[in-house]
Design a protein around this ligand. Structure first.
Ligand SMILES: NC(=O)c1ccc[n+]([C@@H]2O[C@H](COP(=O)([O-])OP(=O)(O)OC[C@H]3O[C@@H](n4cnc5c(N)ncnc54)[C@H](OP(=O)(O)O)[C@@H]3O)[C@@H](O)[C@H]2O)c1
Length: 365
């Protein structure tokens, strides 16, 4: 079969995989298609942890199982080789007599890491790897960052006025609400983003001045685990913390802080706070975090280089004065115009080639 067809079928795997974005944690997003004589005869994707894997769903969807012996299975991530909540997909593929497997990228997590491919090859399967590899790694960048760098994938997000402020100057006691920089469409997109990440973090300054919900309301999906960074452990008058019921984790130097509805995680003053936050998230299996301000917290993440992508809305209005937006340098991944703002997505260049998919797999919309 032509390599062009491999690309076409792998792209379909990616389309299927992303249907479950935000729902598969701690598992990756995986899609699979089964191709017989150039035609797709089955397809499936992994819906959520504990549910059948993509390969299993694709195989189940094939009506005439006799065709499997003469078919190729495409999948964006190496089939698993171990017993988790599901039996190994490589065993299933072998038992169904599928002779060819085309894999987007190897699964670098300890449990798989080439073992699925090895199992298939030992059973006599022809295995092709690396089809749309950059796009396949990009799709599961949270999963790969978590397993390879032993920390969550970090997304920075903020909105700034045309003249570079994230807020106007507000008197703390005035009760004045923040000034919106973005419009309705961008807000819906932000809620979609929140539904895709496993946790969301804001600084105590933002909690004290805005007391934001940080929940998913304008999109379908679960709200991320809410995190606050506060050296002092003082949330001011914002009680209860996020107005809505849910779990909050407050990282603070103040071990005796009492904050309703919250778990207090003590961080040491003599070690970098952000390193301690990311270590905690890694140790509790959190694969991603979106940082939604404010300026001090965002600047901290930027200056320590602890970020993977930044999503910045540039509004149309000037504030003249206020709280300065952070400065950031990186590789521009995309620019999208809205009626009230322009969104720039910037990637941390340190991530290298695999974070800049040549195919520009459209993750955002
Ligand atoms: N336009 C936007 O997208 C956007 C988004 C969010 C917020 N905002 C605006 O940003 C403003 C708030 O920003 P801000 O810079 O004042 O506050 P902030 O960044 O939200 O929070 C700063 C606080 O976080 C804690 N903190 C930060 N780094 C820390 C570290 N390394 N270790 C321990 N604690 C740390 C400290 O808490 P303690 O003081 O408790 O020690 C610090 O005072 C508000 O006006 C808000 O409206 C704008």
């Amino acid at each position: 079969m032509l390599a062009e067809d491999d690309i076409k079928f792998m792209r379909r795997c990616l389309e299927l995989a992303i249907s479950a974005e935000g729902f598969t944690y701690p598992n990756p997003m995986v899609g699979s298609v089964i191709v017989h004589k150039g035609l797709i005869i089955g397809e499936g994707y992994h819906l959520k942890a504990g549910a059948p894997h993509a390969e299993e769903n694709a195989i189940i969807s094939v009506k005439d199982k006799a065709l499997l012996r003469d078919s190729a299975l495409y999948v964006n991530l190496e089939p698993c080789s171990h017993f988790g909540r599901r039996p190994p997909c490589s065993d299933l593929i072998i038992s169904m007599g599928i002779r060819k497997v085309v894999i987007g990228t190897i699964d670098s997590s300890d449990k798989v890491s080439g073992k699925g491919k090895g199992k298939l090859e030992s059973a006599g399967c022809e295995v092709v790897t690396g089809v749309l590899e950059d796009e396949c790694r990009y799709l599961n960048r949270r999963f790969f960052t978590f397993h390879e760098e032993k920390r969550p994938y970090i997304v920075l997000k903020w909105a700034q006025s045309a003249d570079g402020f994230i807020d106007i100057e507000r008197d703390k006691n005035s009760g004045r609400k923040p000034t919106w920089i973005i419009g309705k469409a961008e807000r819906v997109l932000v809620h979609k983003w929140r539904a895709s990440e496993q946790s969301i973090l804001a600084g105590a300054g933002t909690i004290r001045s805005d007391n934001p919900d940080l929940t998913v309301r304008d999109w379908t999906g679960e709200s991320p685990l809410r995190l606050v960074l506060s050296g002092s452990g003082d949330m001011g008058n914002s009680q209860p913390l996020f107005r809505t019921i849910g779990t909050n984790i407050v990282f603070t130097h103040n071990a005796s802080a009492h904050i309703p509805d919250s778990t207090i995680v003590k961080i040491d003053k003599d070690r970098d706070s952000l390193i301690q936050v990311t270590e905690y998230l890694y140790n509790t299996g959190i694969q991603s975090v979106i940082i939604e301000g404010g300026a001090k917290v965002l600047n901290n993440f930027i200056s320590t280089g602890l970020w993977d992508e930044a999503r910045i809305f540039y509004g149309n209005k000037n504030f003249m004065k206020g709280i300065r937006a952070p400065g950031i340098k990186g590789k521009i991944h995309s620019v999208t115009k809205f009626s009230s703002s322009t969104l720039k997505v910037i990637l941390n260049e340190r991530k290298g080639k695999d974070m800049d998919p040549i195919d520009k797999f459209n993750k955002y919309f």
